[in-house]
Design a protein around this ligand. Sequence first.
Ligand code: COM
Length: 527
Amino acid sequence: MESIFGRTMYPSLAEWCDIIEDKLDQSGTEPIWNVAPPEVDDRPFDAIFLGGGGAGRFGAAFMRARGGRPLIIEKWPFLGGSCPHEACVPHHILSECAKELDRAKWFSGQLWFPEFDPKKVSILDCIELVKEGRAGAHALMNVQTKEQLDCEYVLNAWGTVIDKNTVEVGGRTFHCRNLVLGTGVRTQYPEIPGVGLKGVYDFATLLSDLDYEPSRCVIIGGSKVAMEYGSFFQAAGVQTTILSRSPLMRTASLHHIDEDLRRYVIEMMELRGIEIVEGAEPVEILGNGRASGVAYRAPDGRDVTIETDFVFIATGERPTEMSKKFIDLLGLAVDERGFVKVNKRMQTSVPGIYAVGDLIGPPMEQFKARHSGCCAARNIMGEDYEWDCDEYADFLHTTYEVVWCGLTEEEARAKYGRVIKIQLPPDGLPHEHCAFPAGEGTMMFACRYPELTGFAKLVIAADSRKIVGAHYCGSGVKNVFQYLDHLIRRPEGITIDELGALNELQVNDLFIQLCRLRAGQAVLQDL
Ligand code: COM
């Protein structure tokens, strides 16, 4: 394809969709060039961002906004990386499908809902929906990054690192003052026989390779991905078993998981029919040419086999083999799992080389990718800027949205001694008699299925009256938690009195009215 740099007529969003689809269909084709020719701009690049996912794209945009000259090199024909293509966006769409399917089942034959017919649910159709939807996101990333953010890029081409100041791509050589590595990760498959069989997928290959309707699913791994995709498969009518070594939500990469929240989430997954085997040791994926079963050792030492035509791997991610090549070439320090080590400026062990996004390890979340890219850009542009990713609000989906920030009740008691909580349903009140929290999105459940309305807990240090943790399973609350997390972590924090002074917009809003009910108390008590 000819260069798109300097065109007065840019590809429209629709044209970009076609260009991207064409490129995705033919592997190894021409790069897409958007680089200023030397007569227009011959300044050296302040940084080459290898990888145009959230980390590289945001880093480059920030650098450009500060007057720098970034170049993004991306193997896919679009920017945004795995997020819009096979990770966050697909997962959000499939989780929304799971939530809709769940409602359709519970209300089957009631109100305006038809009798739920699982035969009408097609996983392949849901995947087609994802593919249709992601094309628009791809196109927007390309247009926005060029037209609005004024960044130069080369897409649809692998960059080859020659040294820390030189990258070759599409037969051309580019020089830079700094290198920012953001090439992401792939699912790491367990080393057991059978992982290469047809019928074994991860969140990425599910979208690219699945070509039949699964009838039974075994998930190996207990990560967020296991819970999220497992909930979707089960909601779509595919009997699902999760084989996890660690208890769900107690895996190493999740922190501040409140035990009451965890219990409710698992209970609700099991109520939907998912079988969860914790402490399981997968031994082999069985099959002749294609997966037909999974053999595992149960926690009590028994050898068990489950028949299945679909195995989903959710054992976490690691840097790719391609990344390992330049990591070795550049001599970068890595941790025991192979993630590139960085300091709080995103500097690696080699001066002039930064690493960002998933390549530096968990949390593998969008906010971390974007912030880490900007942090590298700020430092490259001369700012002395540190970014700390130790504390953050976190979430996952089942058929619910599960969100948390700050300390668990147990952690708060250890740290502050006197702690009170505001909780729905309160301890000792059976959920089937308590149709709360009943937030946005679970009001219909509240009327007919009280125990499905979710779980809410606010943790408060009683002496200072400060809110120190919040935990929620329900629907529609991620936005709230973004701000709540910020308020809690401000040096001055936020008290129960201050939260109670806000104006609620939903009758069963998240915590405001409940804080106000308690705010009059001089000595705070649980609610
Ligand atoms: C979002 C991708 S889908 S990015 O983080 O905006 O680049």
